[in-house]
Design a protein around this ligand. Structure first.
Ligand code: HEC
Length: 142
C-alpha cells in the first residue's frame, strides 16, 4: 500500500492524470490479486481480467442454472448502479457498481460466499477465479 501511495504522490507531483483505479480500495485490490493468482494457477495462459468478459457474465443470458435467474442482472438489475431486487424474495439489493456502492467487494468472506451461491444459481456451476475477477473488474469500472 505504501508503494502505491508513493506512486500516487509522484504521479500527482508530475501532474499526471491519475486513473480512477488508483483510488481503488486496498481490500478490493487484495481480493482481485488473490483471484489473479488463482486464475494463473488454473490457466498458465491467463494474462489479465477483462471488464468486457465481466459484462457478459453479468448480463447473460446463461444456460445450466435456474431459468428464472439466467443472469446476474436478474437480481442485480441491468443497470449495476441501480438498486437491485431479489427475483424470489422481492427484497432490495444494494447497487453492485463500485461507483454507487464503495463497500462492494471489500469483504473477501462475503464475496466468496455470494459467488458460491449466485454462480451456482445462475450458471449451474461454480465461477472460475477468472470469472470472479472479470466480474469485479467490470463492476469496479461502473
Ligand atoms: C437470485 C438473486 C441473485 C442473482 C441471480 C445473483 N445475485 Fe449476487 N447477490 C444477491 C444477494 C441477495 C446478495 C447479497 C446482498 C448484497 O450483497 O447486497 C448478492 C451479492 C453478491 C455478491 C457480494 C458482493 C459483495 O460486495 O460482497 C457477489 C460477488 C455476487 N452477488 C455475485 C453475483 C454473480 C457473479 C451473479 C451472476 C452469476 C449474481 N450475483 C447473481 C442475489 C443475487
Amino acid at each position: 500500500m505504501k508503494k502505491k501511495q508513493a506512486a500516487l504522490a509522484a504521479a500527482l507531483a508530475l501532474g499526471i492524470a491519475v486513473p480512477v483505479a488508483m483510488a481503488a480500495d486496498p481490500a478490493r485490490e487484495a481480493i482481485l490479486a488473490a483471484y489473479a493468482a488463482q486464475a494463473k494457477a488454473e490457466d498458465a495462459a491467463f494474462a489479465a481480467f477483462s471488464a468486457e468478459r465481466g459484462r457478459s457474465l453479468y448480463m447473460g443470458p446463461h444456460q445450466g442454472g435456474n431459468p428464472e435467474t439466467n443472469a446476474c442482472a436478474a437480481c442485480h438489475t441491468g443497470n449495476p448502479a441501480a438498486t437491485g431486487r431479489h427475483r424470489k424474495t422481492g427484497r432490495g439489493i444494494e447497487p453492485m457498481a463500485v461507483s454507487a456502492n464503495r463497500a462492494r467487494f471489500t469483504d473477501a468472506g462475503e464475496v466468496e460466499k455470494q459467488f458460491g451461491r449466485d454462480c451456482k444459481n445462475v450458471l449451474g456451476r461454480a465461477c472460475t477465479a477468472r470469472e470472479k475477477g472479470d466480474f469485479i473488474t467490470f463492476l469496479s469500472a461502473q
